[in-house]
Design a protein around this ligand. Structure first.
Ligand code: COA
Length: 372
């Protein structure tokens, strides 16, 4: 089984909405500027107690339910993030524990590109035959790394999490091809300078606000428009398909103008691109999985759809993958999904108890019958 079907998907975004109008109250900006330059109207910001782990777990539970598997069926958990709960331990292990999974887990850092890197990695474990069920998560609470007095960055980002279950399959679905890229010579254009090994956390770091994201927006913009279309074309060529075979492009949601330019470069109409940046802003590694989940929910991505996922981000990095969706709905799990989490646990326990009672009740008959 060399293919990795996307068997389950889920997302979690914080309740709290921060609109452009809200930001007008705190920094020198305007709704008009933000909308025309980026396409963003509002973003979700994590409240107290909401963390990268907690949102990942919520998104992952949905994905597991959709796939019709339990956490203990997982063989590997892979979490793409640049805003883990702690520097140590890895947030992937916290998520593994909170889900009740018994498998390996690791965190992958590739900026906003991380989820596509993660999906390509999961595909390799499945193609090699090592694993059957892999959970891939893209999650961020990037708002805690933002300088809310810096209008160049604070208007752009938002928080959230998206997750998929990649499951071994015989039919040619999942990641058909991928392209991964990195150009570290552009590292300084998107960087958190303080709090790492080069500039450990200190009063100076705090005074210089060096523990927050610093970005050269124009350079990142130029880089993004250079790599997006190119990476998508390379991935499509590698898959043996053509542009005409692509039903939907799910781009990293960083700036609507970047997406429009990529559409022009590819010669595709904009309605072939899924865009939800207006409601979430740039959720970094979570942006592509959240968009994928919403594309499915809105019927833009359907059974057997062929997608291109394409992203770019800090590093600088970029990645694209051609993904074929397989069967989307497992009818026998459809009703089960409508039951809320706690009720589901009770139902599982009740079913367990019932089958034990039934077993105890039937055992004497069984022994009598088999003795004859
Ligand atoms: N509100 C109002 N004005 C703002 C502003 C804000 N939030 N942010 C910047 N400006 C100002 C600038 O200070 C500049 O003023 P000046 O001309 O007096 O110096 C002016 O707007 C134009 O700035 P510029 O950088 O040329 O704008 P832009 O059209 O390039 O848009 C970005 C800025 C950040 C939206 C755009 O460069 C971008 O999206 N870059 C990519 C960022 C990205 O994707 N990062 C994440 C990668 S994963």
């Amino acid at each position: 089984m060399k293919y990795g079907r996307i068997a389950g998907w889920g997302k979690c975004v914080p309740q709290k909405i921060v609109t452009n109008r809200d930001l007008e109250q705190t920094v020198d900006t305007s709704d008009e500027w933000i909308v025309t330059r980026t396409g963003i109207r509002e973003r979700r910001i994590a409240g107290e107690g909401e963390t990268t782990a907690s949102m990942s777990v919520a998104a992952a539970r949905q994905a597991l339910d959709r796939a019709g598997i339990q956490a203990f069926d997982l063989d590997l958990i892979l979490v793409a993030t640049s805003s883990p709960d702690y520097l140590l331990p890895p947030v992937s292990s916290m998520i593994q524990d909170q889900l009740g999974a018994q498998c390996g887990a690791f965190t992958l850092v590739a900026g906003c590109t991380g989820f596509v890197y993660g999906l390509a990695t999961a595909q390799q474990f499945i193609a090699g035959g090592a694993y059957k069920n892999i959970l891939v998560i893209g999650a961020e609470v990037i708002s805690r790394n933002i300088d809310w007095t810096d209008r160049n960055t604070c208007v752009l980002f938002g928080d959230g999490a998206g997750a998929v279950v990649v499951q071994a399959s015989e039919s040619p679905t999942g990641v058909l091809s991928f392209v991964l890229g990195s150009d570290g010579s552009g590292a300084e254009h998107l960087i958190v300078p303080g709090g790492g090994v080069v500039m450990p956390m200190s009063q100076r770091v705090v005074d210089e606000r060096a523990h927050y994201i610093r970005m050269n927006g124009r350079e990142v913009f130029k880089f993004a428009t250079r790599v997006m279309g190119k990476a998508a074309v390379e991935a499509i060529e590698k898959s043996g398909l053509t542009l005409a075979d692509i039903d939907l492009v799910i781009p990293h949601q960083a700036n609507e103008r970047i997406i429009e330019l990529a559409a022009r470069q590819l010669g595709l109409p904009l309605d072939k691109f899924f865009i939800n940046i207006d409601r979430y802003g740039n959720t970094s590694a979570a942006s592509i999985p959240i968009a994928l989940v919403e594309a499915i929910e809105q019927g833009r991505c359907t059974e057997n759809s062929t997608l291109v996922l394409v992203g770019f981000g800090a590093g600088l990095t970029w990645a694209a993958a051609v993904v074929k969706m397989g069967v989307l709905e497992q009818p026998r799990f459809a009703m089960w999904r409508t039951i809320p989490g706690r009720a589901k646990t009770r139902a599982r326990l009740a079913m367990g108890a019932l089958s034990m009672r039934a077993g105890a009740f039937l055992l004497p008959f069984y022994t009598r019958v088999t003795r004859r």
